[in-house]
Design a protein around this ligand. Structure first.
Ligand SMILES: Cc1ncc(COP(=O)(O)O)c(C=O)c1O
Length: 367
């Protein structure tokens, strides 16, 4: 791309859930605004991350982490990149692929960093929202033909909708994208939370697909920052040219390698299964209290709540949820399932918001 044509004003930062830092956060006791596995990281992974050498430069190629993933996923190591989260890999991918005014089609609503990365590069981002009466693949394929994008992004399962995609749907989009000389980006960061995960990568070896796979959600490594990209080898090489040196820290590389160990895999499986059971119980309890809830295919719920109510929940009960007005989903919030011992407390606090305000009993003034 021509750097002279970059957007002169960078787009606004995308709102993210999670801690705000400092005193702004001191009242938050329970943060349910992020999608990180609330059971936390596997002890085996934590131990390796903590044992990493902090004084030496990490391997700038993250070879061991990529090699471990390559063996597990039966793909050549040249097809795999490792970085400091999807949020670090994605600007490199977009920089390698996009020129000014290129279009990017995003299945919406979607994690906001995709649109921001496109805008930062002077590309156009077209959001294609779901319509209940039209199959979503038809709408995306129509957008492929109409806007001729260089990239199309699908989050599978989606954030914030938490809607699952079948391999058949993804394969159909990939072949249509390929025919249109477009690359399909499949973000599988929440795959492990599905009842039946597709597995990594969804379409192995497909020439027109980039898979992104964060380890910050299911392995609860949000503070470490770790993610893989799987794509045709020439694209991985092109992406690498846009990345900062040593972007993936030594603890991140160590944690990623350990995440493939049997102990870590067992922890991840057991905790994600428990979350799926927990979210069913959580939804039932909220409904019993008359709270409007929309189920998802993953470990969070969409709950009827105004921004004012979400603010009250945080100020009065110390519980933070993710408002969704930036996704044009006013009146809904995203709530990750709490751990079982917090469930009753959270249900009571949310139900309280929906009770009519208590007015003091009328006592006539003495005459
Ligand atoms: C769909 C999706 N992809 C990627 C990310 C960011 O992942 P990472 O922590 O690896 O940067 C998020 C974070 O919320 C997300 O929702």
């Amino acid at each position: 791309m021509n750097p002279g044509n970059r957007t002169p004003v960078a787009p606004e930062l995308v709102p993210h859930g999670g801690p705000r830092g400092g005193r702004a956060d001191s009242h938050v006791r329970l943060d349910l605004s992020t999608n990180v596995n609330p059971f936390g990281a596997a002890p085996a992974v934590l131990a390796q991350a903590r044992a990493a050498d902090l004084s030496a430069y990490p391997d700038p190629t993250s070879f061991e982490a990529r090699h471990t993933a390559a063996c597990a996923w039966k793909r050549p190591v040249e097809e795999i990149a490792f970085g400091a989260g999807v949020s670090e890999l994605l600007p490199a991918l977009f920089s390698a692929m996009l020129a000014d005014n290129d279009a990017v089609v995003v299945a919406a609503p979607a994690y906001g960093e995709y649109a921001r990365a496109a805008h930062l590069l002077g590309a156009r981002c077209v959001h294609v929202r779901r319509r209940s009466h039209v199959p979503r693949t038809s709408r995306l394929m129509a957008a492929l033909r109409r806007f001729r994008p260089k990239l199309m992004v699908v989050i599978a399962p989606g954030n914030p909708l938490g809607d699952g995609w079948s391999v058949e749907e993804l394969a159909l989009l990939a072949s249509t994208a390929e025919a249109q000389r477009c690359l399909l980006v499949i973000d599988q960061s929440y795959d492990a939370f599905l009842d039946q995960p597709i597995g990594d990568p969804a379409l192995p070896g497909h020439p027109a697909v980039v898979h992104l796979r964060s380890l910050t959600k299911d392995f609860a490594l949000a503070g470490v920052r770790a993610a893989f990209a799987t794509a045709p080898a020439p694209l991985i090489t092109a992406m690498e040219r846009w990345r900062a040196p040593w972007a993936a820290s030594a603890p991140a590389q160590a944690a990623a390698i350990a995440s493939f160990s049997p102990d870590a895999q067992a922890h991840c499986l057991a905790s994600t299964r428990a979350l799926r059971r927990g979210v069913t119980t959580f939804a039932r309890a909220l409904r019993e209290q008359g709270v409007g809830v929309r189920d998802t295919a993953v470990h969070w719920l969409l709950c009827r709540m105004s921004n004012a109510q979400a603010h009250r929940l945080e100020q009065q009960a110390g519980i933070r949820v993710r408002t969704l007005d930036d996704h044009l989903m006013m009146g809904l919030v995203r709530v990750v399932v709490p751990l079982p011992h917090h469930c009753a407390e959270v249900v009571a606090a949310i139900a309280d918001l929906h009770r009519p305000a208590r007015t003091p009993p009328f006592t006539p003034e003495p005459i």
